[in-house]
Design a protein around this ligand. Structure first.
Ligand code: 8YV
Length: 313
């Protein structure tokens, strides 16, 4: 006997947790001692999983819920959701696309600027009183340089538009050229990496892009090049990147995402040519609010009509 309809995998913003519980009777799975046992005992009628890009949804959770019809997720990325298991059962999956494009592109550009112009390093220099002993070293010009984008989707396009304002030369690599994109398509990622001054990673995460920025790609970006990642840590061979940064065969990096968040390779924290951010690209009041609203709209519309608004599947 069970009447639980909505199960929430992990915590979201506190007001959202309360709203989900009060309006939809959502049960907080992360508060149960043994999640899978709890699901097997209480999940017989559950129709909806609420989750996030961070908390994901495993095949084991899907398998434990015989009536599951929808997975409603906060965040645009869906690499942490077992899509194959959902697809096999015709379970809808929604994410929160588009509303975060601007803020993610803003941060990508901020990391690019910072890694080149060394804003954070300059801040440390001033705070530590080192300016009193002499001038800050010269940095690297951004305007007019060559920008390579790995993954020209909706976020990559926003990065390209920002780069136009800096008179940059722009090229991108996707599996296929994107219809209507005005920028140069490069079918060979290695060639793009060798050409560009900056490689900005905005592709999807998950198995299809795992390790795409390989040791060879990193070496091709080269000692003067900068790698920026606002996608997923899994896209980059992180060990190779750390080694290349340490030995100078990669010039610098601006990183918002890592393989094992929130753990960051300690070596990166010792390098001035690296700018680190705590997976915060979508983390503005405005954008997180819009993501929350879209997630709730997906839930409400699914419960009213049986169809999510912004399906991944
Ligand atoms: C989120 C993200 O902050 O949307 C995504 O895929 O990575 C970020 O915007 C976060 O992962 C939500 O859980």
């Amino acid at each position: 006997m069970s009447s639980v309809q909505v199960i929430q995998i992990g915590p979201l913003a506190p007001h959202l947790n309360s709203l989900l519980q009060q309006q939809y009777g959502a049960v907080a799975l992360w508060e149960q001692d043994d999640a899978l046992t709890w699901l097997q005992e209480n999940g017989a009628d559950a129709r909806v999983i609420v989750t996030s890009a961070r908390n994901g949804c495993s095949a084991a959770v899907i398998d434990a819920l015989p009536q599951l019809q929808a997975i409603v997720s906060f965040g645009v990325g869906y690499d942490s959701i077992a899509l194959d298991a959902a697809r096999a059962r015709g379970i809808q999956v929604s994410n929160t696309p588009d509303v975060l494009n601007d803020c993610v592109a803003d941060l990508a550009f901020g990391l690019l600027m910072d890694a080149s112009r060394r804003i954070a390093q300059g801040d440390r220099f001033v705070r530590d009183g080192r300016w009193l002993n002499g001038a800050f070293p010269l940095t690297t010009r951004v305007s007019g340089k060559r920008l390579g984008i790995l993954g020209l989707g909706r976020i990559g396009e926003k990065v390209a538009r920002r780069a136009e304002g800096f008179d940059m030369q722009i090229a991108y690599h996707n599996r296929r050229p994107r219809d209507g994109a005005p920028w140069r398509y490069e079918s060979d990622l290695l060639a793009l990496a060798a050409w560009c001054d900056y490689l900005v990673v905005t592709c999807v995460g998950g198995p299809e892009t795992e390790g795409l920025v390989s040791r060879e790609v990193i070496e091709a970006i080269g000692p003067k090049g900068i790698l920026v990642n606002v996608s997923r840590g899994s896209v980059i061979d992180e060990d190779a990147m750390v080694q290349a940064l340490e030995n100078g065969s990669l010039g610098g990096a601006g990183l918002d995402v890592f393989r094992d968040e929130p753990r960051v390779p300690p070596a990166l924290t010792r390098l001035d040519q690296v700018v680190l951010a705590p997976h915060m690209a979508s983390g503005t009041v405005e954008t997180r609010g819009a993501m929350q609203a879209l997630m709730l709209d997906n839930l409400r519309v699914f419960l009213d009509t049986g169809k999510v608004l912004t399906p991944v599947l």
